[in-house]
Design a protein around this ligand. Structure first.
Ligand SMILES: [Zn+2]
Length: 216
């Protein structure tokens, strides 16, 4: 479906993806939790794995939605092997949870190779809710974050966001791109709530071209 291109960071959380046909486009999941789905997953999505080492995860965070709020540059976030393993398990659960939500909203299609959300997935998300990064004052009285930020704190933020997404009206805005063979999931944060595509450059455009062809 896509590979992530490393061409530097743009807006935190907006990722440059390259489709199998070589077309590049910018995709914003509208949510940190859903952004995790871009980093690999259970088979067959493991071929997109980006988190091979704890440092991979730490580096990836620097371009994520979280980076809009937190200092996540290299050295400011510390991830252990255990935390990497926990993040991968969390992501696996998310692979079942997010498509289930989109389907529930009638805005999705079954995700290949992935089953529906289970009670164990919900338990795993609940268990990930723990301490979050601590705001503190430095000697001059300026608000800063206590460093380093840990992998567990990051996962806790993802779990809290996901619980807000699932457990509130925002959950109705979890959708999957309507493009054929496109399984990108996003939180529709547009005011009218009518976002249909991963990106206009990619599936939005394919749809327009398809419509044009079928009319002419
Ligand atoms: Zn798409």
């Amino acid at each position: 479906m896509f590979d992530t291109e490393y061409s530097g960071y743009m807006t935190p959380g907006a990722r440059r993806l390259v489709s199998r046909d070589g077309v590049g486009h910018t995709f914003d999941s509208g949510s940190f939790a859903l952004e995790l789905l871009l980093t690999g997953g259970p088979p067959p999505w493991d071929r997109y794995e980006l988190w091979h080492t704890p440092d991979d995860l730490a580096d990836w965070l620097a371009g994520s939605h979280l980076a809009a709020e937190l200092p996540l540059a290299t050295g400011e976030v510390r991830v252990t092997e255990e935390e990497l393993e926990a993040a991968r398990k969390f992501r696996d659960a998310l692979f079942r949870i997010a498509p289930t939500l989109a389907l529930r909203n009638d805005k999705g299609k079954p995700m290949p190779g992935v089953g529906p959300m289970t009670a164990a997935d919900v338990e795993l998300v609940n268990a990930a809710v723990g301490p979050v990064p601590r705001p503190v004052l430095d000697a001059d009285g300026t608000k800063v974050w206590e460093l380093p930020i840990t992998g567990a704190q990051v996962l806790s933020l993802a779990a809290r966001e996901l619980i807000d997404l699932i457990g509130t009206d925002s959950g109705k805005r979890v959708r999957m791109c309507e493009g054929d063979n496109c399984y990108l999931l996003f939180h529709d944060t547009s005011r009218p709530g009518n976002r249909r595509w991963c990106s206009m450059q990619r599936c939005g455009n394919r749809h327009k071209v398809g419509n044009y062809r079928s009319r002419h």
